[in-house]
Write a protein that binds this ligand. Structure first.
Ligand code: 2PG
Ligand code: MG
Length: 430
């Protein structure tokens, strides 16, 4: 069998912040191979699968991943040899069993995911089939609506914005390529606006600008102005999305805006703030509007805004089927952010997406703030038919690698490529 695994190896490489991460390679008996590189978050959820770091202060400030690499080379490799790389569920089941912990803390989710990704790639290479088609089947043809994070704040920038991400969503474009053009033109218009106000155009971790603005509203106003500046219609062609990353703001008794100052907010204060913004701005999606442990607040947020706005659970669900099941039952959010390294294998990620779809929850495939040039999530977004992807600004090659891969997939699909607006009807949920 040409998909029989002959060898598995890993090494330490660097992510876009210059921190070590794991890259694995799976080589098949037929001679083909596949690689997979693991991203890394900064605003991580408490219940994410564990990213194993060496903790050796003499190397990379303790952030080395030699232990995870050794776990691939010494523990996973001998066990996987002889297995069928095209049996993704079988491979992932084996990885989970070999780790044996609930949160992948023994061998490290970074070790497991690198191998899981590399297997998927090797299997596609052996089948001489593009990754998106090998994973998603012949019907995989839906290009995702991009959520481009063009103003960075929170943990991703050293500016005055407490909320982490201010995104533009070119959902009204007729195709993925046109959506990228809309997004890029708005991004460049935003740069000009910032320059004209003598604000910095230096970028944050995800390629979005990181200006020292006076308020969150100023960021929203700038985005609307930038959309208009290129002749597009806010709310029709391009709307706005936020990731508050509110878990990062939690302090005893509420939410603290440490960067911009002001009084501590309650969950209900934030809900009222979002409600007001959704009336004044063309906002179609709010991620992590409240903290990961504030399930009661999340329920009130969902009751207040869930019919009008996409409410995306990132830290609260951490791509975990069990947590999502609880969220569905409790009416928490109406969408889930999908990050492969939050859970650690391709198969578990797909299970969470399947559950989401069955409950009418949207899935948004996502990068991490620390990325590599691996564009796996681009193929994965098309394979899964998620319909949305968030992978930063159209700036910094670890971000554009994903968008460029999607452009290539769109080209390859030609007339079969589909691009659907999930927010048609003036920013309302379709
Ligand atoms: C998020 C992500 C990606 P990080 O909060 O959604 O944008 O950030 O990878 O730092 O968790
Ligand atoms: Mg988030």
């Amino acid at each position: 069998m040409t998909t029989t695994i002959e060898g598995v190896s890993a090494r330490e490489i660097l992510d876009s912040r210059g921190f070590p991460t794991v890259e694995a390679m799976v080589t098949l008996a037929g001679g083909v191979h596949g690689t997979g590189a693991v991203p890394s978050g900064a605003s991580t959820g408490e219940r994410e699968a564990i990213e194993l770091r060496d903790g050796d202060p003499k190397r990379y400030g303790g952030k080395g991943v030699r232990r995870a690499v050794a776990n691939v080379n010494e523990i996973l490799a001998p066990e996987l040899r002889g297995m069928d790389a095209s049996d993704q569920a079988g491979i992932d089941g084996k990885l989970i069993a070999l780790d044996g912990t609930e949160n992948k803390s023994r061998l490290g989710a970074n070790a497991l995911l690198a191998v899981s990704l590399a297997c998927a790639r090797a299997a596609a290479a052996a089948a001489k089939t593009p990754l998106y088609r090998n994973l998603g089947g012949a019907a995989a043809s839906l290009l995702p609506v991009p959520l481009l994070n063009v103003i960075n704040g929170g943990r991703h920038a050293t500016n005055s914005l407490d909320f982490q991400e201010f995104m533009i969503v070119p959902h009204g474009a007729p195709s993925f390529a046109e959506a990228m053009r809309y997004g890029v033109e708005v991004y460049h218009a935003l740069r000009k606006l910032l320059e004209s106000r003598h604000l910095t155009t230096a970028v944050g971790d995800e390629g979005g600008f990181a200006p020292a603005l006076g308020s969150h509203e100023e960021a929203l106003d700038l985005l609307v102005e930038a959309i208009r500046a290129v002749g597009l219609a806010p709310g029709e062609d391009v709307s706005l999305a936020l990731d508050a990353a509110a878990s990062e703001l939690v302090e005893a008794g509420g939410y603290a805006f440490r960067k911009s100052g002001g009084p501590k907010r309650s969950a209900d204060d934030l809900i009222a703030l979002y409600d007001g913004w959704c009336r004044s701005y063309p906002i179609v999606s709010i991620e992590d509007g409240l903290g990961e442990n504030d399930w009661a607040g999340w329920q009130r947020l969902t009751a207040a805004l869930g019919k009008r706005v996409q409410l995306v659970g990132d830290d609260v669900f951490v791509t975990n089927e069990r947590l999502l099941a609880r969220g569905i039952q409790d009416h928490v959010g109406n969408a889930i952010l999908i990050k492969l390294n939050q859970i650690g294998t391709v198969t578990e990620t797909r299970a969470a997406m399947k559950l989401a779809a069955s409950a009418g929850y949207r899935s948004i495939v996502s990068h991490r703030s620390g990325e590599t040039e691996d564009a796996f999530i681009a193929d994965f977004a098309v394979a899964s038919g998620a319909g949305q992807i968030k992978t930063g600004a159209p700036c910094r090659s670890e971000r554009t690698a994903k968008y460029n891969r999607l452009l290539a997939i769109a080209d390859e699909l030609g007339g079969r490529a589909r691009y659907l607006d999930p927010f048609s009807g003036g920013g309302r949920l379709a």
